[in-house]
Write a protein that binds this ligand. Structure first.
Ligand SMILES: *[C@@H]1O[C@H](CO)[C@@H](O)[C@H](O)[C@H]1NC(C)=O
Ligand SMILES: *[C@@H]1O[C@H](CO)[C@@H](O)[C@H](O)[C@H]1NC(C)=O
Ligand SMILES: *[C@@H]1O[C@H](CO)[C@@H](O)[C@H](O)[C@H]1NC(C)=O
Length: 223
């Protein structure tokens, strides 16, 4: 009896631990978006762009400037952050040296209430017309930075891609060699794992883990 109880306990813990490790596969949707962009560009004989983490961090700040207002992204009420905000707000928030800021040669911005995977964000939200394709295939770009952010950790979701023609090893350089990582939101190039969707799915996995552990203890101690 005791033996079978322990067997049950151990197998339940193994199963729930396996479920918990599967969450780690999320990686980073901003990095995935850059890889979609680069493979689409190379298919059109345009160069592969360097994924600059300083520029990508600025893309996340750029999203933040919209303060969750989806309607300001497109249509007649479209707004754009002031050029001066790059040096005054975005760069310092990222730890990017203002002296290394380089002109932005293109931007793609989209917002939607539902979270979609990066490949779908690319084809359905960011590339909506021939003008955005022109921006995508522009031969003047040398580097790119991408970001995604939900508002208050949930809907709506903003996607932003900034392109630049700067020198890849010296533009958007950061004080400590890496940009400041801020949450919520994910940006590309920093080799960090990040979840673009809100954290609800993760916590429900945690709950199933604890529930399984509790059930296991119930069996083990005959509670
Ligand atoms: C590149 O993206 C555009 C817009 O989504 C799409 O029409 C085209 O088929 C893509 N090309 C490749 C090679 O994936
Ligand atoms: C590329 O840069 C050159 C020089 O600044 C400019 O004249 C040209 O219009 C740009 N090309 C595109 C496709 O934006
Ligand atoms: C950047 O790259 C260029 C050419 O690839 C090189 O001449 C220059 O020294 C590099 N600068 C730094 C800061 O590494």
């Amino acid at each position: 009896m005791a033996k079978s109880t322990w067997f049950l306990l151990v197998s339940l813990l193994v199963v729930s631990a396996a479920a918990a490790t599967q969450i780690k596969v999320t990686d980073n949707p901003a990095d995935e978006l850059v890889s979609v962009i680069n493979s689409n560009r190379t298919a059109h004989k345009a160069s592969t762009l360097y994924d600059n983490p300083g520029l990508a961090c600025i893309a996340l700040q750029y999203i933040k400037a919209y303060q969750g207002d989806c309607s300001a992204v497109g249509g007649t009420d479209a707004k754009k952050p002031l050029e001066s905000e790059f040096a005054e707000t975005f760069a310092p928030n990222c730890g990017v040296l203002a002296s290394t800021l380089t002109p932005i040669t293109g931007r793609l911005l989209g917002c939607q209430s539902k979270y979609v995977p990066p490949s779908e964000a690319f084809s359905k939200i960011l590339i909506e017309n021939s003008k955005s394709l022109e921006i995508l295939y522009n031969k003047n770009h040398t580097e790119v930075g991408a970001a995604v952010r939900g508002s208050d950790g949930g809907s709506p979701y903003f996607w932003c891609v900034l392109f630049s023609s700067g020198k890849t090893n010296s533009s958007f350089a950061t004080e400590g060699g890496a940009p400041k990582i801020t949450r919520p939101g994910c940006f590309s190039g920093a080799d960090d794992k990040c979840s673009g969707a809100d954290d609800r799915s993760r916590s429900s996995h945690m709950w199933s883990f604890f529930t399984a552990a509790l059930i296991a203890m119930w069996y083990a101690f005959g509670l």
